[in-house]
Ligand binder design. Structure first.
Ligand code: GN1
Ligand code: MG
Length: 737
């Protein structure tokens, strides 16, 4: 999402640690620091002070957004504008699913970089929960924690059962906090590996001279201590005391900022509870302080105003937190470090912020585009019946036809509910209203089947105005909204069990629709898999040569000519009544199967736009084409493209296992031919689109459709070589059932 990428640049005449210096930045890194020279060519900063970008290891959000929203663009952008160039989004004491959503969310942001996460709770003490939600508090759970990707830090109360074992094995930086533990327990926790105190003095016992508690233990063991130096959480003298005790190498300034940071006073949601911000102090309804509304840069400036020397205050918000979490390229201005820099004016205002070698401009273009798109998506999403308040959208890069977004709504209890919002491509689907009628019939039928199986099923939401399951914007754009199913999909997968599972899912889909009356369905794209007709069209397009590209694809045209008869065979059998028409999916790429995130069991099948009467072998063949290939669908290096017979067998076992009872002898005999036919057909479709100017499939680069076509033909050639083997495998599988 970054707009500006200067491969090489010299920042001239900056005051670095009191010395006038020139800093060379290359490919996002600092590559040279030299004494300022009048001969250097570069942007002159007239002796302005430069410091490292700030690293915040404890922030819940800002600008109206909370880490628990599982969405980072707004937070990242606001932090960047305010001098924080990297951070650990910090989760709250909530249920596992909510925390998991956060760690799984996209981290592609235009501002401050995400270095991982800090999990604050649920392994904390009820008595010192502060603004954390008591409902979700529990003892440390190592297995649960380890399943959360990229947790760099975890705040725990060491007195809880299982803590010591957790500290030893959790693999993250353990910080003690929200704890009632005594000195001895904390010493034991530190000896087990805990390295830090979380917002020291806040949410823990204070110091008593005979009962020194967590802070005494931190002094004794000289571990790191986080401090919120906003001037509200700690008295200035306590900030000084921490500084004098722990020094700039051990004391870490954090913001602990919350979504209200950067907003006006008012009532906000925080970890599923309401909080009130009054005169910039955030409190829960019981009066507990609920995080700060201060930026990290403001906390640094406050610390300086309390008497901490400038350079040390900066270190405590840059190098020290970076060292604590092992981010060796962050928080320092050194050769080899990331070029995250703040340039200050004489009043210590942020004049320039650089992240990874790019200046973050006040008018960050990527962010601006994002905000415009967001406004539009919000408008469309709010036309459908949803619960809660719209917070975010994210483009899901899947499919060559429609445009798909995930949209997130915050519920009243603070949890986030997602939906899928799609713009249907009306160039491809000329009559989308008919598609929605089909889908309605099919999903209703499928729901009645899966209800018994206790699996999630697709359903579409209706609009609030006319109760239709779609919305037509300005008479042109066609929108629909469906439920979001928490799951994973695979473009390629080496694990044969998952492929078998995908085969079962598509087979089951066909079986579930076997008692569905095909006459009730519209043909959404007539002759969709009429390969013979696709080839006729192709040769017409070749004859017309409207884009003057035919000269470039002679070899491919020759290949299609040679295999025209073979690829038309199944259509002829269908017309002769030798193959039965069934209700089929017709777009069985295996990334249209949603799998459970942990067990990888198939959950449901999506993309029902082309559910129509069709051939069983087309569904089988299209899936094989996609999933049993050794390369992606648009691989340019054809030497990588072939059919993997083991994957083919695994998919066949799943698919045929679920459909064999219904399949006729002719169907079984043409399974392999189905794969060859559909692969040639898709190659022909890609090539047709290339010759007519790339109007049908979305392309990512010039010539993309040609690359796709060549890849499909290469795969088809390999299948033709392996045809006998493919047929034998089908027979094996059938006889094994
Ligand atoms: C299109 O949009 P997507 O990726 O689900 C196409 C399929 C092709 C596929 C090839 C309606 O599907 O037929 O097999 O691309 N869908 C339509 O990747 O044409
Ligand atoms: Mg599709």
């Amino acid at each position: 999402m970054r707009d500006f990428w200067f491969a090489f640049m010299i920042l001239k005449n900056l005051t670095l640690n009191g010395v006038l210096s020139d800093i060379t930045v290359e490919n996002g890194k600092i590559t040279a620091i030299t004494p300022a020279s009048p001969d250097t060519e570069g942007e002159n900063f007239d002796a302005m002070v430069v410091i490292p970008g700030l690293v915040d290891i404890h922030t819940h959000g800002c600008a109206g957004y909370d880490t628990m929203d599982a969405h980072f663009e707004e937070i990242s952008n606001y932090l960047a504008q305010n001098g924080t160039t990297s951070f650990l989004p910090t989760t709250m004491t909530m249920d596992y699913e909510s925390i998991r959503r956060v760690t799984d969310a996209s981290r592609e942001v235009s501002g401050a970089q995400i270095l991982g996460f800090h999990m604050e709770g649920p392994y904390i003490a009820e008595k010192y929960k502060g603004a954390q939600n008591g409902k979700f508090i529990k003892d440390p759970d190592l297995e649960e924690f380890k399943s959360l990707p990229d947790m760099k830090m975890v705040t725990i109360a060491p007195e809880l059962t299982g803590s010591m074992d957790f500290i030893k094995h959790c693999g993250a930086v353990v910080s003690l906090g929200h704890t009632a533990a005594d000195y001895d327990t904390c010493i034991a926790a530190i000896e087990a590996g805990a390295m830090c105190l979380t917002h020291t003095f806040n949410a823990m016992p204070g110091i008593h001279h005979r009962n020194p508690g967590p802070i005494g233990a931190a002094v004794q063991k000289n571990i790191y201590v986080q401090a919120i130096t906003d001037g509200l959480h700690l008295h200035p003298s306590i900030v000084l005391m921490l500084y004098k005790t722990f020094g700039p190498e051990r004391m870490v300034i954090i913001s602990d900022s919350i979504r209200a940071t950067g907003l006006t006073d008012g009532i906000y949601e925080f970890g599923g509870q309401p909080i009130e911000v009054k005169n910039s102090v955030a409190r829960t309804m019981d009066g507990a302080i609920a995080g700060s509304t201060s930026t990290l840069w403001n906390c640094v400036k406050q610390a300086i105003s309390f008497g901490i020397p400038f350079a040390d205050a900066v270190t405590m918000a840059t190098r020290t937190p970076a060292d604590l979490i092992g981010a060796k390229n962050k928080g320092r201005i050194e050769v080899g470090a990331d070029a995250d820099l703040l340039i200050l004016d004489e009043e210590m205002n942020l004049s320039h912020v650089m992240i990874g070698g790019n200046f973050i401009h006040q008018e960050n273009e990527a962010h601006k585009r994002y905000m415009e798109e967001k406004k539009k998506i919000k408008e469309i999403a709010s036309i459908f019946h949803t619960n809660g308040e719209f917070i975010a959208h994210e483009l899901i890069n899947r499919g060559n036809i429609n445009t798909t977004y995930r949209v997130d709504f915050r519920q009243e209890d603070g949890t986030v509910k997602s939906y899928i919002l799609q713009r249907v491509n009306t160039y491809v689907f000329k009559n989308p209203v008919q598609i929605m009628e089909n889908i309605d019939l099919v999903t209703t039928h499928l729901r009645s089947k899966v209800r018994r199986l206790n699996k999630p099923a697709l359903h579409f939401y209706h609009t609030i105005y006319d109760n239709k399951n779609y919305y037509i914007e300005n008479g042109t754009a066609f929108w629909r909204m469906e439920n979001y199913i928490n799951s994973v999909t695979f473009d390629s997968r080496d694990d044969l069990d998952t492929l078998r599972g995908a085969g079962e899912a598509f087979g089951e889909f066909q079986t579930q629709l076997s008692d569905f009356d095909a006459a009730r369905l519209y043909a959404t794209i007539p002759d969709f898999h009429n390969t013979a007709k696709r080839l006729d069209t192709f040769f017409e397009v070749v004859a017309q040569d409207e884009c003057k590209r035919v000269g470039l694809v002679q070899e491919e045209i020759e290949f299609v000519k040679q295999h025209r008869a073979l690829a038309s065979q199944m259509q002829q059998m269908l017309e002769a009544g030798d193959l039965p028409l069934r209700v089929t999916h017709n777009d069985t790429k295996t990334n249209n199967v949603l799998f459970d995130r942990t067990t990888y069991a198939p959950l449901t099948i999506i993309d029902l736009d082309t559910v129509m009467p069709g051939l069983a072998m087309h569904d089988f063949g299209d899936a094989v084409r996609f999933a049993a290939s050794t390369a992606v669908e648009d691989e340019a290096d054809l030497s990588k493209v072939s059919l993997d017979l083991e994957k083919y067998r695994a998919f066949a076992q799943g698919f045929i296992g679920k459909t064999a009872d219904a399949l006729t002898a002719n169907e079984i005999n043409t399974m392999a031919l189905g794969a060859i036919t559909i692969t040639i057909e898709l190659g022909v479709r890609f090539l047709t689109d290339y010759l007519t100017g790339d109007k049908y499939f979305k392309t990512n680069y010039e010539g993309h459709n040609l690359v796709r076509a060549r890849c499909q033909f290469a795969l088809a050639k390999d299948m033709l070589k392996k045809r006998e083997e493919m047929e034998r495998i089908v027979r094996d599988v059938v006889s094994g059932i």
